[in-house]
Design a protein around this ligand. Structure first.
Ligand SMILES: [Zn+2]
Length: 244
């Protein structure tokens, strides 16, 4: 019946969340990404099949021009899928970054579906991204921003991004870990950074050291630039003088 066909077509176009039963089948690979929106670090592509997880990290140097980035992501996804037989179906996160991967996988004969990824594959991919940040030498306290049950996901990533921008301001050598074509990064790169050593207590709300995540309660450095201000304990600072 034409009516049924139309309904069915509408249903196919709708993006749904991936079901648990679908993830558990041995020939389906669920692919998600994490970290693409964060100023520091690269992008993690995570893949889940049956009960096993694998991931690949794309360094921040790749994260800029989407015309370059999409084919790189596609080759990473294809590599993960091809090395993990048997696989017939691939459920890809709906982010535009996977558009090229979706096309290439279809051309290679895989059944591809786009969906909102949640549950274990999403969690494991996010964890892999946080491991990647720590492996880059970023402070351990960033773990607290791993999206959990208490903090909504958007808020976690917003706080992580704010801390990473602060870390960039506190030590511009971290620009080598920053994503290209990112407005925040460019603003910090071009900013006039001021460092002021202060003693005594900070009035007003509690301030945290961007290097260690602990409260700054008795003196330290105040670093400003690019419309941002961060605090650093004297013992945590990577610099010793005010002028940059
Ligand atoms: Zn500190």
């Amino acid at each position: 019946m034409p009516g049924n066909r139309m309904r069915s077509r509408t249903f196919c176009c709708k993006i749904r969340s991936v079901k648990k039963s679908e993830m558990d089948t041995g020939n389906t690979i669920v692919v998600d990404d994490a970290g693409g929106g964060n100023v520091l670090g690269g992008l993690v592509v995570g893949a889940w099949k049956g009960r096993e997880f694998r991931s690949e990290v794309l360094g921040p140097e790749w994260c800029g021009d989407e015309a370059v980035f999409q084919p790189v992501i596609a080759s990473v996804v294809l590599g993960l899928v091809r090395n993990w037989e048997p696989a017939e179906k691939v459920v890809l996160c709906r982010t535009r970054l996977f558009d090229r991967a979706a096309r290439d996988l279809s051309r290679c004969g895989y059944v591809v579906r786009r969906a909102r990824i949640n549950g274990v594959p999403q969690r494991r991919t996010e964890e892999a991204f946080f491991h990647h940040l720590l492996a880059l030498g970023l402070p351990d306290y960033l773990r607290r921003f791993l999206p959990g049950n208490e903090i909504p996901k958007e808020k976690s990533y917003r706080r992580l991004n704010e801390s990473c921008a602060g870390l960039l301001l506190a030590d511009p050598r971290r620009l080598s870990l920053a994503k290209g074509k990112c407005r925040t990064v460019e603003r910090i790169r071009n900013a006039r950074i001021q460092r002021v050593r202060f003693t005594g207590r900070i009035r007003g709300r509690r301030r945290f050291c961007v290097e260690c995540g602990r409260t700054v309660d008795r003196g330290g450095w105040r670093v400003t630039g690019a419309g941002r201000r961060v605090y650093v304990h004297a013992e945590c600072a990577s610099f010793r003088e005010e002028a940059l």
